[in-house]
Design a protein around this ligand. Structure first.
Ligand code: UD1
Ligand code: MG
Length: 452
């Protein structure tokens, strides 16, 4: 295979154009279609506002439709090089056509469609946990088969300090596939349970997507000297010269990929999936930001989560991807006692609002009867770690309530009451900070536990 030495700029430019289209479409379509959603019964009430107004829910369906339609329209552009070569009669492009890459693309779209369907069903029917958990596992099968057909790697490099037991690399085999299918379940559900305040679902998606794009950019073989010429209008030319030249000398160097065709292709594919997601999120965020005029619904959480699973698996960087999910992993681990029935889990765990001051306070789960030994132990450990706050009966000393086990309540327990807008900004900052940490761990600390 020939070595790719430059970024396919035409396709990248087209992808940026499609992202702009995604942004404009969601800015326009979300409010335009909202009333039809309300009419169809797809509506919710903002739990943290005084108003009882109906707000259109499941607007993620519009986002997912725009996103998936644009991804389908983009297919000819992703393979434009082959179409152009074939048109010009250069070589036998049709025979060289990368059908394997096309199947990667199509299987990704298939998984996204299944996730959207599942999310929408969840919005309409409120599916039970145990019923909806296995569906993303099935939705991941096309991805896994394509991963296998591509000669997918199931080896993991063992950290230096464990090598005396396991050796340098371990082949996880089928376990690796199991792990990847769990990834799709995790990414879809973890966004859904870190939700409930205006702008939260969409802002976390946006920050993760931006982080993935930045990570992809590191692998592209940017030219060593990247020069941008900016023409200067004639009336300014006398003062500042007739053109400005901006050269980024070798900062991006040869990229981490060192021109490897597979790596560049994988990260380009990831960009093709992430850029329109960013467009759609930015457009939707405008309507979902405090005070929200539309809600994302489970549809949004599922399709965006699946988009991440898709790029992580198809791009062969699922472990790096998980590093961008640190707040979601923390929120999931924190939620486990409630998700797995140790502590009662109310239908909504979002913080409670004081309508007079508009400040949010941690919401609580009450114990009807005294919690058993194991639950008490968990409650004590979690409250000692300041993840939750427990309340005891003044007379008997028995635990009567605990704050709900989510990162939102955890922030409120430790920092004190704040407004909904401040809380979403705090969580966004945590997400940005953890992305910084993710890059530091991946490209800094990894050198300490792995070779080079
Ligand atoms: C998940 C959470 C639940 C949380 C809910 C909020 C778990 C196990 N489940 O449930 O604790 O309360 O998400 O989304 O953690 N809403 C707002 N403001 C918003 C967004 C949503 O008030 O900015 C409310 C609306 O009433 C909306 C409802 O949340 O109708 C949507 O909840 P839904 O997505 O159906 O909840 P789950 O995903 O089942
Ligand atoms: Mg939800």
């Amino acid at each position: 295979r020939p070595l790719v030495t430059s970024v396919p700029l035409a396709a990248l430019g087209a992808s940026l154009g499609f992202s702009l289209l995604a942004f404009i479409s969601s800015i326009y379509l979300v409010p335009a279609l909202g009333p039809s959603f309300i009419k169809a019964g797809l509506k919710g009430r903002d739990l943290l506002k005084a108003s009882n107004a109906d707000i259109p829910e499941s607007m993620g369906l519009i986002c997912a439709s725009i996103y998936i339609l644009l991804l389908i329209l983009f297919i000819p552009f992703a393979f434009s090089r082959f179409l152009v070569e074939s048109y010009n009669g250069e070589g036998l492009s049709r025979m060289n056509f990368p059908l394997a890459q096309l199947s990667v693309y199509l299987s990704s779209i298939l998984s996204l469609l299944m996730a959207t369907l599942l999310g929408f069903i969840d919005d309409v029917f409120d599916v039970r946990w145990r019923h909806k958990l296995p569906i993303p596992l099935v939705a991941a099968i096309p991805l896994l088969l394509v991963y296998w057909a591509e000669g997918g790697n199931t080896h993991i490099v063992v950290p230096k300090f464990l090598r005396f037991i396991f050796g340098t690399v371990v082949n996880l085999g089928p376990l690796y596939y199991f792990y990847m299918s769990l990834l799709s379940t995790f990414s879809t559900n973890s966004i859904n349970i870190l939700a409930g305040i205006n702008g939260l679902e969409v802002s976390q998606t946006l920050i993760i997507a931006l982080s993935v794009c930045l990570n992809d950019a590191l692998y592209l073989p940017w030219p060593k000297e990247f020069t941008i010429h900016i023409p200067v209008p004639s009336f300014l030319a006398n003062i500042i010269g007739d053109r400005w030249t901006w050269t980024i000398g070798g900062i991006y160097g040869a990229g981490l990929a060192h021109g490897s065709k597979e790596l560049v292709e994988r990260h380009m594919l990831s960009l093709y999936f992430m850029l329109p997601l960013i467009g759609v999120c930015l457009g939707f965020m405008y309507h979902n930001w405090y005070p929200a005029r539309s809600f994302p619904g489970d549809t949004f959480c599922y399709f965006s989560g699946m988009a991440f699973a898709v790029v992580g698996i198809q791009g062969h960087f699922s472990k790096t991807l998980l590093l961008f999910f640190i707040p979601q992993i923390f929120n999931f681990l924190l939620s486990c006692p409630q998700l797995f029935g140790l502590v009662p889990c109310p239908r909504h765990r979002v913080p409670r609002v004081d309508l007079k001051t508009s400040l949010l306070y941690p919401s609580v789960t009450k114990f009807e009867k005294s919690p058993n030994q194991l639950t008490q132990l968990v409650l004590k450990i979690f409250s000692a770690l300041r993840f939750i706050r427990i309340e005891r009966d003044a007379k008997t000393g028995k635990i009567i309530s605990a704050t709900n086990f989510t990162i939102l309540n955890c922030v409120l327990v430790n920092v004190g009451p704040m407004t909904e807008r401040t809380l979403v900004c705090v969580i966004m900052s945590v997400q940005v900070f953890s992305s910084f940490c993710a890059f530091a761990i991946r490209y800094g600390l990894a050198g300490l536990v792995y070779d080079g």
